[in-house]
Design a protein around this ligand. Sequence first.
Ligand code: SF4
Ligand code: SF4
Length: 453
Amino acid sequence: MSKVETLPPMLCDQCAMSIPPRGCTVYGVCGKDPDLQSLQEGLIYGLKGISAYYYHAQSLGYDDPEIAHFLATALYKTLTNVDFSKENFLKMILEAGRIHIKTMELLDKAYVETYGKPQVVKVPTGTEEGHGILVTGHSYKPLYELLKQIREMGLEDKIKVYTHSEMLPAHSYPKIKEFESLYGNWGGSWVYQKKEFAEFPGVIIGTSNCVQQPTPAYADRIFTTDIAGLEGVPHLENDFTPAIKRALETPKMQKKEDGYIVTGFHHTNVLPLLDKVIDLINEGKIRHIFVVGGCDLPNPKMSYYSKLTQLIPKDSIILSAACAKFHYNRRDYGDIEGIPRFMDFGQCNNVYSIIVLAAELAKRLGKDLNELPVSIVLSWMEQKAVAILYSLLYLGIKGIYIGPVPPRFFTPPVLERLVKEFDLRLISDPEKDLREMLKKGTKVDESSPIFTN
Ligand code: SF4
Ligand code: SF4
């Protein structure tokens, strides 16, 4: 990995001893140094990611006291003058990775038991005649409630509901899909929302993170619900009547065909294909499996992921999740003897399904995870992606590519430690990286050796 361009200065203002005017930027006041500060920040980012998935699971009535206990312990550990051991914080970061896998598993269970096992579906990207409501964010619960209330009001033929960005996989859950008013997917990732929401003629509902302050073009027809909130925007709790009434005042959309996106891959529907995948690997017909996924962000380097997925040879398959895929999920990748070459597993938390499949593939091939012909290429923007990285590190997976920029909350020594122990790589040129990826499987060390100096 190339060195970070600028040294992130230490900045800690968490206690009353902080140096005026802004806080401690140097080591010495309490014993906290920049690397410890960096590790504490890194841990907190992981906790934010875990909290997001834990929140969604709890909203559906699912809980696990081990997750709550870890969140409390890890946060407490970052208080002033509790623990100055950098090794302990490295351990906590990997432990955050383990707890994060448990949290993704809990959330998956919550979704499957509440909304049914996901099915592979073709989601229209055109429009249907009727007034429109566009739901953005990550929360299926308010989407389900909205669809139910539209049905109860007898408006299913008048109002069509569209998913935006990370809400796309909602279409694959049978109990959500059954609503007649749920129609298709509108737009791309969260990055383009200000343009795409302005173009959407109906009402917009923000359910979670990655919703931004509206522009005047749609400020009078956006609502928030659940965990989301926007300054000056009405917030709805369970009763979506104001949004439904407002939608009826907006111009009707016309029917327009525009193709579709395929989504809904899940370990429950891909596991039955695994024997065939193994046969194709053994016959040399599937050379490599790429996991390309993560967040989108407004950075020109995101073109890397689009180019990489274009360059991946036709005897390889691509597994994806989260919102960066909107750069490359509209292509026809074809199949290898019936196995789709591109599988979208859904939201970032659905990386859990990919982990389950990788573990099962390793078991059936009699190899460990790092001997598989698998390369992982992540894009990160926010803290859920950070938690996913920690989970992969916890599993001991080496040679992960990350981008489009290095995590700036890690100081160079901390980053260099991760690079050394886990062979973490920063994306560079897609052609060059692809050549490297095709040469190797990833290497695993069950004992997670980051701590062995
Ligand atoms: S915790 Fe330590 S480094 Fe942070 S503000 Fe207090 S004295 Fe400064
Ligand atoms: S994948 Fe990350 S960046 Fe994309 S919408 Fe979800 S939380 Fe936001």
